[in-house]
Design a protein around this ligand. Sequence first.
Ligand code: F6P
Length: 327
Amino acid sequence: MSEIKKIGVFTSGGDAPGMNACIRAVVRTAIFKNIEVVGIRQGYQGMLECNFWDMTARDVGNIIHIGGTILKTARCLEFKTAEGTKKAYENLKAHGIDALVAIGGDGTANGADRLSRTFDIPVMCIPGTIDNDLNGSDFTLGFDTATNTVIEAIDKIRDTAASHDRLFFIEVMGRDSGCIALHAGIAGGAEAVLLPERETAIDELIEKLSSQAKNKKTSSIVIVAEGDKNGGAYHVAARVKEKFDFYDSKVTILGHLQRGGSPSSFDRILASRLGFAAVKALLNGRTRQMVGLRGNAIVLTPLEEALNISHFKLEDDLLEMINVLSI
Ligand code: F6P
């Protein structure tokens, strides 16, 4: 592998709180080590359009606390074609970029893996997605902040639910992952959580809500992950209402507000650690790794392993605990 002189950094896929803190860490670590850094705006789209920004340490000042991504982001179909990947590589080479740090979710890492394997350019991937669905890290950037945003919403909804004796169905993001739903469900004291990873029969949910009502509960909150197989919060609410009309019920879809906002201290620290480690790993000759957190240690996981999400498991004890604590 030839010596690295100029690193490209980009964000891709859905934005996540903490991405800016991570860009800051990558840019400043590289500059500290006398490596030039180029910000690639709009991810893979920006590679195809040569949307490059030669960055200085000052360009990443005053962004550690800001949500979103100063490099912008996009979902790019053209890059997925063989011609698109080749064009992106040629543009990178023409700009003297000889290694990449990719910040994003599984789509971003898959793209970086393909680019690196096809053209032998070193890449490091940093898990940046609110979904927490990558195998190379206990936590992805943005998950903690998004979960806190959901909890804040649950707390507010709980006030009105309790005042009116209502049943609320709150739909949260996560694509095929139930991590936000599960963690926010615990921290928000939800009565039930519906997840993509576990099928919940509507009859089972009704039975649970009935037994809680018999136990003198007058209001309830059910968290529905967007990927749940029952078809979303509106559908679940309608089916519950058909057979169980004890409560006046309402639906809230939290949507994209979960992606915004100032990153939590956890996400800022994680972002800084991962960005710092990614540059050091590239300079140490490593490539095609996911830089992640395991326990409290920063670890590198080969991309093929990190992207094999069939290894990813929700903690069963947490689900069991929700059932116990919501009686
Ligand atoms: O991957 C992050 C995420 O917010 C998912 O939770 C959600 O399913 C998806 O992105 C929404 O994507 P978009 O912003 O393109 O609608």
